[in-house]
Design a protein around this ligand. Structure first.
Ligand code: SAH
Length: 256
């Protein structure tokens, strides 16, 4: 395998699942930022049905549960993530309100107009920002809400290693382009904000760095495991170099 050009998706899903399910979060974020994003939704206490799409092991699901009284249907296509989430829900006391659905996020089995809120932190890129917002809209009741975080350019300057970004963040665009998509699809863009850098460095990459050795040992330092870790280290290095130029932006919108 060519380390330089291997994308995460080139690795087998067992390895990806094993690596990411061992982490507290599978993407940049924090409890505080999830709470902040939720604060833009006016009727939080009256929400009844929430879907959390691409939930991973459920760092944000736990916040959705603590900040609302709603039933939560969480989705991920990797069984290891669902298992991690169910354990977390047991620990944090929201298993009773949780239903899990293991399938791809572009094949969700929801009824139309059945959801008050759809949440997708760091996951919509898997099927594309525009495609996800298009496919999920029918599931929302009128005036229902969506909160998603996705990668954006934060300035007009681009990294020198732009080809790496084209491969690894194919959908990255500036914030205004994503706002235009939101409006084009018939949503009202209620709020957006940039996730602070510690959501990447402290909450996502630091735990990843301290977990790498354990992971490599568990995989007997196989060439594939080493290539996988090299690829993750490369991503961390990109953020160290260019983290002022790109980041995750939370978008909160309402179906109108
Ligand atoms: N929301 C979590 C996880 C983000 S990582 C967090 O912020 O910590 C993206 C998640 O989407 C992973 O758990 C991955 O397994 C899941 N995923 C990737 N492609 C998917 C797809 N097509 N359908 C459903 N889940 C998918």
């Amino acid at each position: 395998m060519d380390n330089q050009n291997s994308l995460i998706t080139d690795f087998d899903f067992t390895m990806i699942a094993d690596y990411f399910s061992g982490l507290n979060r599978q993407g940049p974020g924090s409890d505080e930022q999830t709470i902040k994003a939720l604060s833009f939704i006016p009727e939080l206490a009256s929400l009844r049905h929430i879907a959390d799409i691409g939930c991973g092991t459920g760092a944000q699901t736990s916040v959705l549960a603590s900040q609302t009284k709603a039933d939560i249907i969480a989705n991920d296509f990797l069984p290891e993530m669902i298992e991690g989430l169910r354990k977390r829900a047991g620990r944090n006391g929201f298993l009773q309100r949780l239903q899990t659905i293991q399938c791809s996020m572009d094949e969700l089995p929801f009824d139309s107009h059945s959801l008050d809120l759809i949440w997708a932190e760091g996951s919509i890129y898997n099927i594309g920002f525009e495609r996800g917002l298009t496919l999920w809209k029918p599931f929302l009741r009128e005036s229902g809400y969506i909160g998603v975080s996705d990668a954006c350019w934060l300035t007009r300057k681009r990294p020198d290693q732009i080809d790496w970004f084209k491969e690894d963040f194919p959908e990255i665009s500036d914030i205004s382009a994503k706002l235009r998509i939101i409006e084009k699809l018939g949503y009202q863009a209620m709020a957006h904000f940039i996730l602070p850098q510690d959501c990447w460095t402290e909450n996502y990459y630091a735990p990843m760095l301290s977990y790498m050795d354990t992971f490599l040992d568990r995989h007997h330092r196989s060439p594939t495991a080493i290539a996988f870790i090299d690829r993750m280290e490369e991503e961390i290095e990109m953020y160290r170099k260019y983290g002022n130029l790109y980041g995750y932006v939370f978008f909160i919108m309402r179906k109108v």
